[in-house]
Write a protein of this length. Structure first.
Length: 220
């Protein structure tokens, strides 16, 4: 019995080769240096927190009685914190060495850009200060003196007529004050005479002497 041709299995279709995954780019020296700096900052913060915790535990141990269970628990925690502080110190020492090695690689440390002043140079301010001290200050002093002298002249220069009137008014006031003083002295004298006994009798009724009145002679 003759058999027909055996059907051939179709060959699998081979697609295009998958792209090879790109290898990760190696970080540059600057990135490595910055990473070590960030690690140093984190370790420094951890060390600061552990030292603060150690101070708190020491204060608590001073407040508790020695030999008590609380004191024992605090001692165990203090021992644990001391071990962690020692480990962080060792990590910081290793980080310092790695940071120094990374800084030695060219291109790791990027210098900051130079400072470029945006305003005028400092010489301008210096010259302006010298100009104000040498020129403006003497001018301002001279102007102030001139204004003061002008004001004093305006105040002292009074009209001649007004000066004479003021002088006459002053003399009149002085004369009036003298007359008033004399009148007051006379009133006080009379008051003292009337109040005293002898003066009252001397000026009493009948004490006055008759005065002869002579008439002028007429010519015949």
């Amino acid at each position: 019995m003759l058999q027909g041709p055996t059907p051939q299995t179709p060959a699998p279709v081979v697609g295009p080769a998958a792209p090879v995954a790109a290898a990760r780019s190696t970080p540059g020296p600057s990135a490595i240096y910055e990473g070590f700096k960030a690690q140093r900052d984190v370790l420094t913060g951890q060390l600061r927190d552990l030292e603060s915790t150690r101070r708190d535990l020491t204060n608590q141990m001073e407040e508790t009685a020695a030999g008590s269970p609380e004191h024992k628990a605090l001692e165990d925690r203090l021992t644990d914190v001391d071990g962690r502080i020692k480990a962080v110190d060792q990590m910081l020492a290793g980080n310092s060495a790695q940071l120094a090695q990374a800084a030695a690689v060219p291109g790791a440390v990027i210098a900051p850009p130079p400072y470029v002043p945006s305003g005028p140079p400092d010489e301008v301010y210096v010259l302006a200060g010298i100009f104000m001290l040498v020129v403006l200050l003497p001018l301002s002093i001279a102007l102030a003196k001139r204004i003061w002298r002008r004001g004093a002249t305006a105040i002292t220069s009074l009209p001649r007529e007004l000066t004479d009137r003021l002088l006459r008014l002053e003399q009149t006031v002085e004369a009036t004050s003298l007359e008033v003083e004399r009148i007051g002295e006379g009133q006080r004298f009379l008051t003292r005479l009337f109040t005293e006994g002898e003066g009252a009798r001397a000026l009493g009724v009948g004490a006055a002497q008759p005065v002869e009145k002579r008439l002028p002679q007429r010519n015949p």
